[in-house]
Design a protein around this ligand. Sequence first.
Ligand code: ACO
Length: 243
Amino acid sequence: MATIALNRPSVRNAQRPAMWAAMAQFLASLDDAVRIVVVRGNGGTFSAGLDLALLDPAQVDQEGSLVAIVQKSDQEIVDQIGDYQQAFALLADPKFISIAAVNGHAIGAGFQLALACDQRIATEDAQFCMKEPALGLVPDLGGTKPLVEAVGYGRALEICASARMVKAAEAHCIGLVQSVVPPHALDDAVTAAVRSLTAHGPSAVRAIKALLQQAPHRGSEEQRLGERMAQVDQLRELATRHR
Ligand code: ACO
C-alpha cells in the first residue's frame, strides 16, 4: 500500500502545481506490487482546493500563477493544464485501487482529487464543494466525468452550478462516497477497506477494474468481447499456477 498525504495543514492543504507534479512522479514510479493508494490530508482537512494565491494578481510572479498563465497561447495553456491533470489521471491506473480518505473539506481541486480516486471514505463532518464556478472557473482536473458517473448528469450540474456544500450524509445518499464514518474511525475504516479490497489475488482485481472502467464507453457486445479477452488471460494464468 502507498499513501499520499497532502501536507500543508496551515492553508488547509491548498494545492499547487508542484504538488501535482510530485504526485504524478510518485504514482508513475510505484512498484507493481502496490495494490492500494490512499490519498489523505494532514491536519483535519482533506483539501481546500487550489491555492488561492495563484489567482491573486498581486502574486503574479508565483510559480503556477493562473493570472500569469493567460500570457501564453491557447495551446500552451491547454498543454499546461494537461500536465496538471496527470496526477489525477494516474489515480485511475488499473494496477491499484485508489482510496480518498476525506475529512473536513474537499473543495474545488480537493473535491476533484477525491473524485479521481476509485473509492471515497468520508467522515461525518466532511463536506464537498465544486467551488470553481463561484470563481469563474470550470473544474479542469478531471473531476467532471467521475462526478457525472457517480451522481448522474442532473445532480452533477446542480452541484457544480450552485457550488454548494454537499455534506457527508447527502454525499453517501447520492453515491458520491462509499461510506461515512465518525472522524475518529477514519483510519480504521481505511484499514478495513484495504483489507477487503486486497482479499483476493491482484490479477483478477486489476482486470476487473479495467473492465469496469471501460464499461460505460462500450456497447454490450464490445464489453462482452472485453470480458472474454480478459478471461483468456486469467485462465492462462490459472493454468500456469496449477501446473
Ligand atoms: N488557498 C490558500 N489558502 C487557503 C485556502 C486556499 N484554497 N483555503 C484556506 N486557506 C488558508 C486561509 O487563508 C487561512 O490562512 P491564515 O491562517 O493565514 O488566515 C488558513 O488557510 C485557514 O483557513 P480558514 O478559512 O481560517 O479555515 P477554516 O477551517 O475556517 O475553513 C475552508 C476552511 C472552508 C476550507 C476555508 O478555508 C475556505 O473556504 N477556503 C477557500 C476554499 C476555496 O475557495 N478554494 C478554491 C476552490 S476552486 C479550485 O480549487 C480550482
